[in-house]
Design a protein around this ligand. Sequence first.
Ligand SMILES: Cc1ncc(COP(=O)(O)O)c(C=O)c1O
Length: 438
Amino acid sequence: MGLQGINTAYWFERASSVLIGGVSSQFRYWGENDTIVIDHGEAGHLIDMDGNRYIDYQLGFGPIILGHGDEKVAAAVADAASSGASFAMTQRREIEAAEKVMEALGWADGMRFTNTGTEATMHAIRLARGFTGRDVVVKFEGQYHGVHDYVMFSTAEAPPDALGSRYSPVPLQSSSGIPDSIRTYIRTLPFNDLELAERMFQDEGNRIAAVIVEPMLGNAFGLMPEDGYLDGLRRLCDESGAVLIFDEVKTGFRIALGGANEYFGVTPDIGTYAKALGNGFPVAAIATRGELIEGWRKGGIAQAGTYSGNAVAAAAAAATIDQLSTGEPLARVEKVGQALMEGLDGILSERSVEGKLTGHPSMFSIYLGEGEPKEFRDASGHDNELYEDVCFRMIKKGVMPCPDALEPWFVCAAHTDEDVATSLQVFEESLTEALADR
Ligand SMILES: Cc1ncc(COP(=O)(O)O)c(C=O)c1O
C-alpha cells in the first residue's frame, strides 16, 4: 500500500537496523512499506516523520484518554522526574496515586502497582492460584491479556474456525516457545454463553483457580456482555471458590472512572488496570479485596518489580485520575464516541452495507457482517477485506483507526467536533471508493 513518505521510509530503515523488524512490539509492524514512524502526538492527532497529520483512533492501543501530551500529566511527570524516579522504598507519589486509584475504583481493599498490563495479569493469576491452591485458569476466546505464557491461548490472532467445537473448545496456542504442559492448565470458552461456562464448572469447578475475563471484549470488536453474563460468571466463581479476575487493562478508567464494577455493576475479586490509568505512561495496577490481600500482605505468593510504583508512573496516574475525577473528560469521550458511532452507522445504512457498530462509545468497532456478533467466533462473518481496504484509504487521507476491526477505535477527550466531522467524511469517501473498486 505504501503508507510511508520519504522521511518515514528513511526513519523506518534506521529503525530496522537497530530494532528487530523496526519495532519494539510486534503489533506495531504493518509491513515493510506500511509501518509508520511517528514524530510526535498532539491532543487527538499524530504527526509522522513526513509531517503528515492523522486523527488518531488507535491512541497507542488505548491508553491515551485525555489526549497526547496532556499538559497537566506532562507537568506532573516532569516534576516527578526531576526528584528521582526509582527508589528501593515506597515513595510519596506512589501512595498518593494509590489512594486515588482506590477511591476511583471504590470496591477494592488493597492494590499494588506494576508497569504493564502483562505484569498485572501475570500477578493476578499467580495470586489467584496461590490463594486457591488450584491450577486451572479459564479464559475466553478472542481475549488478550498480555504476552505471558498462561494467557497466550485463543487470542484474537487465532483463526476463529480453528477453535474446535464450542462444546469442547481447543485452547489454541498464540505463540511458539510456550511449553506444551502449560496448555493442560488452560480452558477456553466462547464469550457470552453462560451454559457452556456452567458445564465447565460442573465438570471441574473444584480445579478452577480463576476465571480471567475482559468484561467487554476489548480485543474483539469491543463486544459487550449480554445481560446477566458477568453476574453468571460471578455466581459460578462464588459457588466453586474460584477467583473472578476482571482484566480491565483496556476498559479501566475508560468506560467509566470505576471501570466495569461501576459500569456493569458486577464486582470482581481481582481487577487489573493499565492503559488509561496513566494516559500513555507505563503504569498498571492490580486491585483486590477480602482475604486475597493476605496473599501478598503475609507473603508466600511472590509479587515484585523494580520499577513498580516509580515516581514518574505514579505522577502520571495521579494527574490522569485527578482530571478524570471531574467527570468532564469521560463525558466528552462518550459524546464524541456516540457521534462517531451514529455517524458511521448512518453511512453504512445509506450505502446498504451490512454492518453494525459494536462496543462502548469510548472504544467501539465496526463489524461488517450480518446479524448481531456476540463472541469472537463471529469474526468469521466479518468482511475483513473490505474493512482493511477502507481503513488503509482512511489512513492515507489522515484518519487513523486500526485496520484490524477486532481492535476498537479509541476515543480521547481531546478529539474535537471537527475531528468527528472530518472522520465521518473520510470514512464515507473511503467506503465509496472501496466499494467501487471491488
Ligand atoms: C485486556 C488486556 N490485557 C492485558 C494487556 C497487556 O498489556 P501490556 O501491553 O501493557 O502488557 C492488553 C494489551 O493490549 C490488553 O488489551
